[in-house]
Design a protein around this ligand. Structure first.
Ligand code: KG4
Ligand code: ZN
Length: 373
């Protein structure tokens, strides 16, 4: 199928056209990152107002880039939630209107299912796989069960997946999301929003072991996450060092670099600890996927790769992340991809009418919630 995807769950306005859940024909994002970078976060009303202005130009550019017309598109997919309600409504109202005008089926997609599907996106066909959907290409068959960590600014979930749309939730965060921990830490360090990229950059020249932060839930047998203690530990460390915000604002500060590197190390150590525990408990798992904004973190990718290769039980598993950084963070191509998999695996559910909701759990076609005791 050729699907037009629309995503407006946070501060971005995004549209993309994707073939067969894999091949990205065009992917356009208008981001308000610059505007919110000094504010420490997104102001929902401002974001939605801007999205109303950006939505049609973004759609026009998306169609121009791919050379598509309404006739060449098979269906329209849109993020139905969770996210900022005003922002979501801009996307869903646009998608509903287009579906009616162009007489196309409409598919409502859960934002997290979009992230889970982002792993299959690619810009160009690989040699020998041209025009072949990713999971039908002989060299890249997806091998389920897959363990997926989806970590963004709004959620941190660990999934055991038996197909694109079926699986069970092994653990999730009890407080802040991993991306939120980066964002709040950046604010404490006087670094711009979003915190993930700015902490990663500030920490490049720092010593990751200069400051020790406790490993969260070390003795907790669940596969849940908790990040709020790390953020508090960072605040106390800054206070104890007597570091003033002004001192931290100095771009070249060695102190800031060490704090950023140590804090990034602590967040990643917690994520990796839970992934390795899950792999030991679920020896049936064949692949490990990192998705969501936090999967853009290069240190996380390489540290997980190293941790998996240190152990015989995990060293032969494939580790994948989205093929581009822009497919890790919010985008519309992942929404179009998820819609394709919903249609393939549960067509009736895919075309059900839906409500736009700020907060909805991801009941993957399945999801009997299985909590690890
Ligand atoms: O998936 P996403 O774009 O939006 C949500 O669904 O929330 O994720 C955004 C989050 C932000 O919290 C941001 O700080 C984090 O992803 N992020 C990163 C990196 N790039 C973005 N975290 C760590 N390292 C990065 N390089
Ligand atoms: Zn997201």
């Amino acid at each position: 199928m050729r699907i037009l995807g629309i995503e407006t769950s946070c501060d971005e306005t995004a549209a993309a056209i994707v073939d067969d859940g894999t091949f990205v024909r065009s992917c356009v994002i208008s981001s308000q990152r610059q505007k919110f970078s000094t504010l420490g976060g997104v102001i929902p009303e401002d974001a939605a107002r801007e999205q109303v202005l950006c939505m049609l130009p973004v759609l026009k550019k998306c169609l121009e880039e791919s050379g598509d017309t309404p006739e060449s598109i098979d269906a329209i997919a849109v993020t139905k939630g969770p996210g900022l309600l005003g922002s979501l409504l801009v996307g869903t109202t646009t998608a509903r209107t287009l579906a009616m005008l162009w007489k196309k089926p409409l598919i409502g997609v859960h934002h997290t299912l979009g992230h889970l599907s982002s792993i299959w996106l690619c810009d160009n066909a690989q040699p020998g796989t041209r025009n072949q959907p990713f999971d039908q290409a002989q060299d890249r068959q997806p091998i389920f069960p897959i363990l997926t960590l989806s970590a963004s600014g709004g959620h941190t979930d660990l999934w055991h997946r038996t197909s694109h749309t079926r699986g069970s939730l092994l653990g999730s965060t009890r407080d802040d999301a991993a991306g939120e921990a980066f964002d709040k830490g950046a604010k404490l360090l006087g670094l711009p929003y979003p915190g993930g990229p700015s902490i990663a950059k500030a920490g490049e020249s720092g010593d990751a072991h200069a400051h020790e932060f406790p490993l969260p839930l070390r003795n907790d047998p669940s596969l849940d996450f908790s990040f709020s203690g790390l953020k508090t530990a960072l605040r106390y460390t800054i206070q104890k060092l007597g570091a003033e915000t002004e001192q931290l604002k100095a771009q070249s500060s060695k102190l800031k670099a060490n704090l950023a590197a140590s804090y990034q190390y602590a967040i990643c150590a917690h994520l990796i600890d839970r992934i390795i525990r899950a792999l030991h408990r679920h020896p049936d798992i064949r692949e490990v996927h990192l998705v969501g904004g936090v999967s853009a973190n290069i240190y996380l990718r390489s540290a997980l790769h190293t941790a998996m290769h240190l152990q015989p039980a995990t060293c032969n598993l494939a580790l994948r992340h989205p093929s581009k950084i822009s497919y890790c963070t919010d985008n519309a191509a992942m929404i179009a991809a998820a819609a394709e998999f919903l249609v393939r695996e549960c067509a009736e559910k895919a075309y059900e009418s839906f409500e736009t909701t700020a907060s909805i759990p991801l009941a993957m076609a399945i999801a009997t919630r299985k909590r690890e005791a």
